[in-house]
Design a protein around this ligand. Sequence first.
Ligand SMILES: Cc1cc2nc3c(=O)[nH]c(=O)nc-3n(C[C@H](O)[C@H](O)[C@H](O)COP(=O)(O)OP(=O)(O)OC[C@H]3O[C@@H](n4cnc5c(N)ncnc54)[C@H](O)[C@@H]3O)c2cc1C
Length: 431
Amino acid sequence: MDKTSVVTEAEELLAEATGGGEEPAAGEPRFTLELNQDQKDIRDWVHGFAEGVVRPAAEEWDEREETPWPVIQEAAKIGLYGFEALAQFWGDETGLTLPIANEELFWGDAGIGMAIMGTSLAVAAIFGQGTPEQMGEWIPQCFGTPDDVKVGAFCASEPDAGSDVSAIRTTAKYDEAADEWVINGQKAWATNGGIANVHVVIASVDRELGSRGHAAFVVPPGAKGCEQGAKVKKHGLRASHTADVHLDDCRVPGACLLGGKEKLDERLARVREGKKGKGQAAMQTFEASRPTVGAQALGIARAAYEYALEYAKERRQFGRAIVENQSIAFTLADMKLEIDAARLLVWRAAWMGRSGQKFENAEGSMSKLKAGEVAVWSTERAIQILGGNGYTREFPVERMHRDAKIYTIFEGTSEIQRLVISRAISGVHVK
Ligand SMILES: Cc1cc2nc3c(=O)[nH]c(=O)nc-3n(C[C@H](O)[C@H](O)[C@H](O)COP(=O)(O)OP(=O)(O)OC[C@H]3O[C@@H](n4cnc5c(N)ncnc54)[C@H](O)[C@@H]3O)c2cc1C
């Protein structure tokens, strides 16, 4: 895709996002949860890839703990990995296609799912905060081409700044003579950190302003002073690469500041005058992505539930299928109930986010919190239903349980989501 088409597509999407939906014609229902044909087609297409390509590869890449480049390439070849796919998912003005696609992909496998979708966090930052020129320049470089696939990384967290994003120590200083930003710091737990073609780095341009002094920078491919630190060995999501990223006097062109210097200077001036800033660089990216992350957790939960249901119908003890015992059947009923309830929260938040409605009660956080906790609980119950088999690596539910756990930790822990929700509903600065 050339630069102009990315810009045009991005501009069209932005215009659509602010335009609102069409009024239904007389006689048409105003509210429906029935998916339209496009949504069903995309769901089935992603499901087919998840079932045919992702699932069969899941165990191997989990054991290897490596990025599954051949699977990402397959996804790119069929058009599932790339800006066009994300734009297509995002283009649905109901907001549902993006969570639906994520749920299906992560139903296939979450580690590989994250290897494919991890790039979208960097893309979301560029799309949300960049100028049309920056989108055109950097988004295609996050993905590469089907013959030479690349990934992107979004680096906000640091060893001493996880939940507390305001504690970020990485600095960016402007060298006016060279029109370059000089970035110094250490980023932690970055998905695709160090192996990415494009890194989006959150840095402080004014430490005194806390998180309101943050800005997002693109670190272009091959930039000197941007190196991978230790690769993290993980409990789950092991097909997805996670690593520290070191930034040592890393110089990036002035044009790599997302949104541009003029906008940053205006924002900082407003903040210094005591006026409200328009939100923080890292938080803006997280807010937009929470329902999508919730949908990923849902995919894992559903996969475990389906596996446990089939197993319970086949496994016989005491002369009957174990599903004939209420304790097993009721657990499965509760799993289905919780998953469907979580999906409704995810879809509501996705619809609200896409139609530009304000999350007055932290509905984005609610969706991610519920889906993450349902995924951890359902996968644990699935292990219980499979008994000894559930605990072994011969059966996939233990991997699903390991994968699910991260969904109560990253993109805001469950405690932080509760903090956000309780502050939103009470108006009190709950600590
Ligand atoms: C696999 C993986 C991938 C990741 N990918 C990325 C990425 O791509 N980019 C990125 O920037 N980061 C990424 N992260 C980092 C992730 O976002 C952080 O780990 C997360 O935000 C939590 O921060 P922390 O680990 O420092 O925990 P801490 O903030 O130290 O929290 C520890 C515990 O204290 C609790 N806690 C903290 N503050 C409060 C409070 N005020 N009230 C109540 N409880 C509190 C937390 O809920 C948690 O239970 C990733 C992490 C992992 C493990």
